[in-house]
Design a protein around this ligand. Structure first.
Ligand SMILES: OC[C@H]1O[C@H](O)[C@H](O)[C@@H]1O
Length: 321
């Protein structure tokens, strides 16, 4: 067997997103509100990351836990359609497949989430073979002090297998904003987070100050700023690219799609500015349609989008920030 048979192994959450379109109010007790539409799509940061990279032609394996139910089978089928290797996915005997209800997706969506089988994704229990056979591993699902040690152990193990690691820290629903994150930053190859997460973790009120603080620890840091673009800092060299202008239909999964685009650039040997463009393109395409992955085309489609937008991006964030 070829030792490195996957370009990317993605570890973490896969669930169903119930997208509630045209919902501008929540019902009070005893009331009913009517909405424009409700749509079911695959969601979860690690799942959306995997699907975007698979569409762009990379060989992807997913490692996570699904329920032994209809939604679990639906996700397995959709992954297989995209040639994502599902053989490392465990089926839970205890929990149903997770579901997130995305409300107000046209703006900065809110989620009501049942974690379901995603709660069983524990670094200690993962099948290590996926990581052994991956050129690159993407990690999600960090929960601060609750699983920090397990992540550090897993990061060391993945490195010993000779794979590079990217890490998206995600929102901390506990409000802990654990300082151990700086250790993670210094251990992984590429560290992703969004602007608000950066401000929380660093305790800064201004994003440049926050980036400077994190750059003391991270070798390769990427900060996503939504419609204001993204910044990458590698060995203290900062590169900025503005976002592409697009009508936002559903913002669910924009950050995960950005990660996929950026990693596509890294893994196919592009420079930092181009990686940011791939990231911003996948983020923009993701928000252009309902569902976190629906708007992402194949690699040629992403290239075409970038080519058509040439001349409409800025590389100087003084203009923006
Ligand atoms: O990161 C985006 C994902 O977070 C939420 O958990 C939803 O499932 C959504 O797909």
């Amino acid at each position: 067997m070829n030792e490195k048979q996957y370009d990317v192994v993605s570890i973490g959450d896969a669930n169903i997103d119930l997208i509630v379109a045209g919902s501008d109010q929540m019902p009070l007790p005893g009331q009913e509100v009517f909405v424009k539409n409700m749509l079911i799509h695959i969601g979860g940061g690690a799942a959306l990351f995997s699907m975007a990279l698979a569409k762009m032609g990379l060989k992807v394996a997913f490692n996570g836990v699904l329920g032994s139910d209809y939604y679990g089978r639906f996700i397995l089928d959709e992954f297989s359609e995209l040639n994502i290797d599902t053989s490392y996915i465990r089926q839970s005997e205890h929990n149903n497949t997770g579901i997130s209800i995305a409300i107000n997706p046209e703006q900065d969506r809110s989620f009501i989430t049942y974690m379901g089988s995603n709660a069983e994704v524990r670094m200690e229990d993962l099948n290590e073979n996926s990581m052994r056979y991956g050129r690159h591993v993407h990690l999600t699902g960090y929960q601060g002090s609750r699983n920090h040690d397990a992540y550090i152990q897993m990061i060391k193990k993945i490195k010993s297998f000779g794979a590079t690691i990217s890490f998206d820290v995600g929102w901390d629903d506990s409000g802990e904003w654990y300082s151990g994150i700086f250790e993670i930053m210094s251990e992984v190859d590429i560290f992703f987070l969004n602007e608000l997460e950066a401000l929380h973790y660093t305790g800064c009120s201004e994003i440049r100050e926050s980036i400077n603080k994190m750059s003391q620890h991270a070798e390769h840091l990427v900060v996503k700023m939504g419609s204001r673009g993204a910044v990458s800092v590698q060995n203290h060299q900062m590169v900025y690219r503005s976002a592409y202008t697009i009508t936002a239909v559903d913002t669910t999964g924009a950050g995960d799609s950005f990660n996929a685009g950026y990693m596509y650039g890294v893994l196919t040997g592009h420079d930092t500015g181009e990686c940011l463009q791939y990231g911003n393109a996948c983020g923009a395409l993701s928000v252009s349609a309902y569902g976190g992955n629906t708007g992402i085309p194949d690699q040629a489609g992403v290239e075409d989008f970038i080519a058509k937008q040439a001349g409409h991006i800025a590389d100087d964030w003084e203009v923006i920030v």
